[in-house]
Design a protein around this ligand. Structure first.
Ligand code: BGC
Length: 266
């Protein structure tokens, strides 16, 4: 390894997190698993078609690239997507415009940005980030990161390695697709009190626990900050904690994934 390439190990990279309401990006310090500077957010265009979203992703990369801390020009970019991503292609679109199905998003974004792009499922990105820098750091065995938002996302981590595209939010519980009853948006839509929601979430997590016997549950998503309201209802034998990287987990995980892909980190 040349001295120069060594210096590029852990160089910052851009991560972008595509969500239902906002698309957020940041410059990620991969040594610390933290953002360098502020994140930059643009509301998700409606309808959120691939072309419209690619445009916003390009705007975010442009803004981040104009900063003094910007990664080297042309360096790869990591992006999250709220659906199954296999070999860079979207294979499910539960809560996004159906026109995404079968889109080669790695190619769409790489072509639009003129630099290499690696796309990863949003919950998988959060899981990678938590496993390396957050609540899952150093935990052996199975760690399940469950994100509660519009849907329920999940990341399956075993001995620090991600097993991608575990769609545990779509397990059937009591005859329903779990995310339609136990996501954060389901709570609001169904007008559930925190107590009622705690009971629903407990039912879901008990089922997941029965199937996988994890060592640790890490709960992410916006409502993880209200965990005091519903954690008391959880009757699990598994330790459960909230995510440490909060809103930045997706951005950090996206950058980490692209860094892994290009062998920029180990
Ligand atoms: C999708 C997952 C995604 C999760 C959170 C689910 O509906 O199927 O792929 O990770 O929502 O966005």
């Amino acid at each position: 390894m040349t001295k120069d390439s060594k210096n590029h190990k852990h160089a910052p990279l851009i991560g972008i997190d595509i969500g239902g309401t906002g698309i957020k990006g940041g410059i990620v310090d991969l040594k610390k698993g933290k953002l360098l500077g502020e994140r930059f957010r643009i509301p998700t265009p409606q309808p959120s078609t691939p072309e419209a979203v690619a445009e916003v992703v390009a705007e975010i990369v442009k803004e981040l690239s104009s900063r003094p801390d910007a990664p080297a020009e042309g360096s790869p970019v990591g992006v999250t997507f709220p659906g199954i991503i296999q070999h860079g292609v979207v294979r499910s679109a539960a809560n996004v415009d159906k026109s995404w199905l079968d889109t080669d998003v790695d190619k769409l974004f790489s072509d639009r940005l003129g630099r290499p792009v690696e796309v990863i499922n949003d919950a998988d990105a959060a899981g990678l980030a938590e496993a390396r820098y957050g609540a899952g750091e150093g935990v052996d065995g199975t760690v399940l990161v469950i994100t509660l938002g519009t849907g329920i996302g999940s990341a399956f981590i075993f001995n620090g390695q991600l097993v991608p595209n575990a769609e545990l939010g779509h397990l059937e519980v009591d005859g329903h697709d779990a995310e339609t009853k136990a996501s954060a948006v389901a709570r609001e839509r169904d007008g559930l009190s925190w107590d009622e929601y705690g009971v629903k979430l407990n039912r879901y997590l008990q089922h997941v626990e029965f199937l996988f016997s994890p060592e640790l549950f890490i709960i992410g998503g916006g409502i993880s900050k209200r965990s005091d309201e519903y954690f008391p209802h959880l009757q699990l034998r598994t330790k459960i904690v909230t995510a440490e990287l909060k809103n930045d987990a997706g951005i950090v995980g996206a950058a980490l994934e692209v860094a892994f892909h290009h062998k920029l980190v180990k």
